[in-house]
Design a protein around this ligand. Structure first.
Ligand code: 13P
Length: 258
């Protein structure tokens, strides 16, 4: 029998929020309040513009820094895009890939997720790869089929070693920004399925070591019940990550739930 210790993670996805000034103010407070070592990993993902300033404040702190997207080419004529090398240089260690808003509004597919995830790994960034079904897909009984396709396509031609470096976020689209959180049982059912699917393709050892975060209307009062489930290793938080005290309350509840 082997034991797997997956350190939980609480990551804040700020989306299109906070100017550089607001970001600096937020992380300065966060750093002060999280000065002791935490039993959960804490990560913030500001917009690109704030990355370097936030990185500077977070040096000598345990708080991790992530970007919200990247492009798979390193350089070239791709107006508006940002590469992994650039993000790394700006101070990021993580990058969110394939968020449902990117899939929905910017036409990202499992194929682009695949390319972006490969590119992130090449730049030594830890990808936080988002998957999840829409309300229509859930209601027509297609949840597991959608998740399976996202995994198969997103991680096509990946090696076990590459998969081991990922973090996955299960974000049911119907729970994002709606205040309608998945029940712990609904979330756990899909998390366990994701782990099982990955075990099939990349081995049980790989799947058991992988952190799978839940995302979708996570708040201070629902994080503990979610974290109590065996396959839920933390959360990717949107709206509730924007206010320092609320975010800190989520971190605190998550630490106590371990
Ligand atoms: P909310 O927490 O605002 O529902 O957003 C979740 C999310 O999309 C995190 O990536």
């Amino acid at each position: 029998m082997s034991f797997h210790t997956r350190k939980p993670m609480i990551a804040g996805n700020w989306k299109l929020n906070k100017t550089i000034r607001e970001a600096i103010e937020f992380v300065t407070l966060l750093k002060r309040r999280l000065s002791d070592p935490q039993s959960v990993d804490v990560v913030v993902c500001p917009p690109y513009t704030a990355l370097s300033d936030v990185a500077e404040i977070l040096t000598e702190s345990e708080i991790g820094l992530g970007a919200q997207d990247l492009y798979w080419e390193e350089k070239g004529a791709f107006t508006g895009e940002v590469s992994g090398v650039m993000l790394k240089e700006a101070g990021a260690d993580f990058v969110i890939i394939g968020h449902s808003e990117r899939r929905q509004f910017f036409h990202e597919t499992n194929d682009t997720v695949n390319k972006k995830t490969k590119a992130a790994l090449k730049s030594n960034l830890t990808p936080i790869v988002c998957i999840g079904e829409t309300l229509g897909e859930r209601e027509s009984g297609k949840t597991f089929q959608v998740i399976e396709t996202q995994i198969k396509g997103g991680f096509l031609n990946f090696s076990r070693e590459e998969i081991k470096k990922l973090i996955i976020a299960y974000e049911p689209v119907w729970a994002i920004g709606t205040g309608k959180v998945a029940t712990p049982q609904q979330a756990e059912e899909v998390h366990a399925f994701i782990r099982k699917e990955l075990a099939k393709d990349f081995g049980e050892e790989t799947a058991l070591g992988l952190r799978i975060l839940y995302g979708g209307s996570v708040k201070p009062d629902n994080i503990s019940n979610l974290m109590a489930e065996a396959d839920i290793d933390g959360a990717l938080v949107g709206g509730a990550s924007l206010e320092a005290n609320t975010f800190l309350d989520i971190v605190k509840s998550a630490s106590m739930a371990i």
